[in-house]
Write a protein that binds this ligand. Structure first.
Ligand code: DGL
Length: 265
């Protein structure tokens, strides 16, 4: 395959959560064409086996390669922590992954107590275990699975009473331990920052990996000579989703040149 700089950056996630990463990448690299796959039909990945997650990741990668993606951003912590090594070993294009930013949290905490909110699939993964083990062991890490959050976000139920209760249940054990930094280890959770802040106030720092992923994407595009420099009428952002695209449309309403394609895949 002959790759050109105007070929799109590919993104995939179990659903709409990875658009939080897409937004960071688009801010930093507005001249890039993009193609995003939301596998909402199979969300949440976090509750699936490693084998199943890998199977979805392979299918998503093949889909994006068929659309000429020049690089793939795995805009999902669960997919990254379970499948990125396999993808890098088996496909000949660069992959950018995302992992919970515990290293950064370790640098900002003052009382050496951090919380990590992530899916079951991420928390139970080997890659996450390895990253956690690299952190200075004077730092206490309180891990919490975000039970039910992804499903409600996919349904656009951000401000429901049900969401408020789930957030409380997830964060209460961490608050009891007096965390002063909270890592959002799932790309969907970026959409819960206002609701989380309402509960935790301003003294606990919320940390995600969006900007770091965008910077890394730019760096790799530069070093591989794949960066696109032209913004023109033909620039495109195609979003494929295998469920109803209502929440996705709402999230992307302020962006230009967006096309949302609801399609079985
Ligand atoms: N957005 C995902 C993540 O970053 C996956 C959520 C899920 O499908 O469980 O982990």
């Amino acid at each position: 395959m002959n790759t050109t700089t105007s070929d799109p950056i590919g993104f995939f996630d179990s659903g709409i959560g990875g658009t939080s990463i897409w937004q960071e990448v688009n801010k930093l690299l507005p001249e890039e064409n993009t193609i995003y796959l939301a596998d909402s039909k199979n969300a949440p990945y976090g509750e699936k086996s490693k084998e199943k997650i890998l199977e979805y990741c392979i299918k998503n990668t093949e889909f994006l390669l068929n659309k000429n993606a020049k690089i793939i951003v795995v805009a999902c912590n669960t997919a990254t922590t379970n499948a990125i090594n396999y993808l890098r070993e088996n496909y000949d294009i660069p992959f950018i992954g995302i992992e919970p930013a515990i290293k950064k949290a370790g640098l900002v905490t003052k009382n050496n107590t951090i919380g990590v909110l992530a899916t079951k699939g991420t928390i139970n993964s080997k890659l996450f275990e390895r990253t956690s083990n690299k952190i200075d062991n004077s730092i206490k890490i309180i891990e919490q699975i975000g039970y039910g959050l992804v499903e409600l976000i996919e349904n656009g139920e951000l401000d429901s009473i049900k969401m408020e209760k789930l957030i409380y249940n997830c964060l209460h054990p961490m608050l009891k331990e007096n965390i002063d930094a909270l890592v959002l280890g799932c790309t969907h959770y970026a959409y819960l920052v206002p609701q989380i802040k309402k509960l935790i106030g301003n003294n606990i720092q919320i940390i995600d990996s969006g900007l770091a992923v965008a910077k890394q994407t730019k760096r790799i595009l530069n070093t591989t000579g794949l960066i696109n420099s032209a913004i023109n009428e033909e620039n495109f952002h195609h979003f494929y989703i295998n469920k109803e695209g209502k929440t996705l449309t709402e999230i992307l309403k302020n962006y230009n040149r967006i096309k949302i394609i609801e399609k079985e895949f």
